[in-house]
Design a protein around this ligand. Structure first.
Ligand SMILES: CC(C)(COP(=O)(O)OP(=O)(O)OC[C@H]1O[C@@H](n2cnc3c(N)ncnc32)[C@H](O)[C@@H]1OP(=O)(O)O)[C@@H](O)C(=O)NCCC(=O)NCCS
Length: 182
């Protein structure tokens, strides 16, 4: 989806731009997916599972930019990618088409500066504009920092998925299910 850029001021005084993740950021997005998944275990992918070529990533980002039911938001600080977030529909069947799902991750060096809260606020505002009335998310049960941020942004814990993830070290991890009315 195309949407207006928004400038925010971070807690350290720097400016951050929230903008659609367009194909021109394909290379940065591939690096971002690899690096953020190495920085935290709380994301679904391992770095070696990021296998996009530049061409395939450009094609995907172009398609998502033209999709009115997908919000892909890039945060940049001093022209560099700081993080990305997305909201997309759960499905187009009438019984579930009121719901969408959110994901977000920032590079570690940008945690705690207010970017997450600003992105969630802007993405959920855009999602309400699309017509969705509920946004859902899943978060690894041990990811206390993210759970605190989501609660601060108005999300409510609604359930738990047993052993949702198995890490490479053989340990299993539950997911917490959260939602927010739009
Ligand atoms: C989760 C994440 C997106 C949050 O974004 P962020 O930019 O770090 O969060 P913000 O700085 O906007 O914080 C939002 C609020 O939560 C509070 N908060 C953030 N981290 C906190 C912590 N560790 N303890 C207590 N409060 C915390 C902030 O103080 C802020 O409240 P305030 O504005 O009143 O000060 C980011 O930390 C991240 O990318 N983490 C790694 C990837 C990840 O886990 N993604 C979620 C997968 S489900």
């Amino acid at each position: 989806m195309r949407f207006e850029e928004k400038e925010i001021i971070l807690k350290d005084g720097r400016k951050c731009i929230l903008r659609p993740t367009s194909p021109e950021y394909a290379e940065e997005m591939i690096d971002y997916l690899k690096e953020t998944s190495a920085e935290t275990e709380f994301l679904l992918r391992y770095p070696d599972e990021v296998n996009y070529t530049l061409e395939s990533e450009k094609e995907i980002l172009g398609r998502l930019l033209d999709d009115p039911y997908c919000i892909m938001m890039l945060a940049t600080v001093d022209g560099k990618a700081a993080g990305n977030g997305s909201i997309s529909g759960i499905g187009d069947k009438r019984k579930i088409c009121h719901r969408c799902s959110m994901a977000i991750a920032l590079y570690k060096e940008y945690w705690g500066l207010g970017i997450g809260q600003a992105m969630i606020s802007y993405m959920t505002e855009l999602a309400a504009g699309v017509g969705w009335t509920q946004v859902d998310l899943e978060v690894v049960a041990e990811n206390e920092q993210a759970i605190r941020v989501y609660k601060k942004c108005g999300f409510t814990e609604t359930g738990r998925r047993h052993n949702a993830l198995r890490f490479d070290d053989g340990t299993y991890h539950d997911e917490i299910l959260m939602y927010k009315d739009l």
